[in-house]
Design a protein around this ligand. Structure first.
Ligand code: TA6
Length: 285
């Protein structure tokens, strides 16, 4: 395994398995994860990678709020949709070992605008470890200040798939979810999630293991520790058309977002406390 700097971030690679992961300093966004030269994460060809806006694909990090400000949570209502972590430049803290790197974000890394909108003391530590068939992502949130703060967090993972109409997400049957397309809760639906139109759902209290199946066979596994919820999203044609950085538009067929996080409720972090969560993505391809 080797860790090498790239123009705007870092790459970890393993010669033996031809596995690589690429991470930008901007957003600490993972933009590529490959095994045996096969790309496993979707990245829109229209995505900006120059720090001018959040990356459309890969794994952007959502913190400290999920979704648009709704006027019901003053502490985060001045922030843009999905918060500031994905659109701030993180500090590459360095190699933890030959297959692991760590990034940090604190108030000193935020723009004045974000700092004003969320004026808390905080430290985020993001650890990315490349395994032979897995990618292990850990996020630690620390509160070194004297005031409690609330946060949502989400690993907004865009998986690459050959055709989303052949995908099903397994492990969420029968669970309550908020259907963002219709703006209402659904309490019980006993079938796997499939994609034949726009899907935008926030599943609450989800199991720690979810699978993405293709043609009835598992191709990805998502394991979590200390994360409650799972968001499943595909924008379909209309959604793709509404995003200027989504191109070509028909590529919505090639992605499925299965996003692990804590978003239905805010996590509350008292002064001097810290919180940690881990997501392990496995490729079964
Ligand atoms: O996580 C799903 C979601 O919240 C969708 O509602 C959709 O809007 C998506 O994220 C992308 O959001 P973005 O701000 O990146 O355009």
């Amino acid at each position: 395994m080797t860790v090498t700097p790239t123009e705007n971030g870092v790459r970890i690679s393993d010669e033996a398995t031809k596995a690589t992961v690429e991470i930008l300093n901007f957003g600490a966004t993972i933009t590529s994860w490959r095994i045996l030269d096969q790309e496993l994460l979707f990245l829109s060809k229209g995505s900006k990678l120059d720090g001018s806006r959040a990356v459309r694909g890969g794994i952007p990090l959502v913190f400290p709020r999920f979704g648009p400000p709704k006027g019901d949570h003053p502490a985060t209502d001045s922030l843009p949709q999905h918060g500031f972590a994905r659109s701030s430049t993180w500090e590459l803290l360095g190699e933890v070992d030959e297959n692991t790197v760590q990034f940090g974000l604190g108030p000193e890394n935020l723009s004045e605008e974000y700092r004003k909108a969320w004026n808390y003391d905080f430290t985020l530590l993001y650890t990315v470890k490349l395994g032979k068939e897995a990618l292990e992502l850990s996020l630690e949130v620390e509160n070194p200040g004297s005031e409690q703060f609330d946060f949502n967090v989400l690993f907004h993972t865009y998986f690459e798939v050959p055709e989303v109409e052949k995908v099903s997400v397994e492990g969420l049957n029968g669970l309550k979810y908020f259907n963002k397309v219709e703006g209402q809760f659904v309490t019980k639906e006993d079938k796997p999630v499939t994609f034949h139109g726009e899907v935008d759902r926030v599943y609450e209290a989800t199991p720690s293991q979810i699978a993405v199946d293709y043609d009835g066979k598992p191709i990805y596994e998502v394991q979590t520790e200390n994360l409650k919820d799972t968001v499943v999203w595909n924008p379909w044609e209309k959604g793709a058309n509404s995003m200027s950085d989504f191109s070509p538009k028909e590529d919505f067929h090639k992605m499925v977002c299965v996003e692990s996080g804590s978003v239905a409720e805010f996590v509350k972090l008292a002064p001097s406390k810290s919180w940690k969560a881990t997501v392990t993505l496995k490729s079964l391809l």
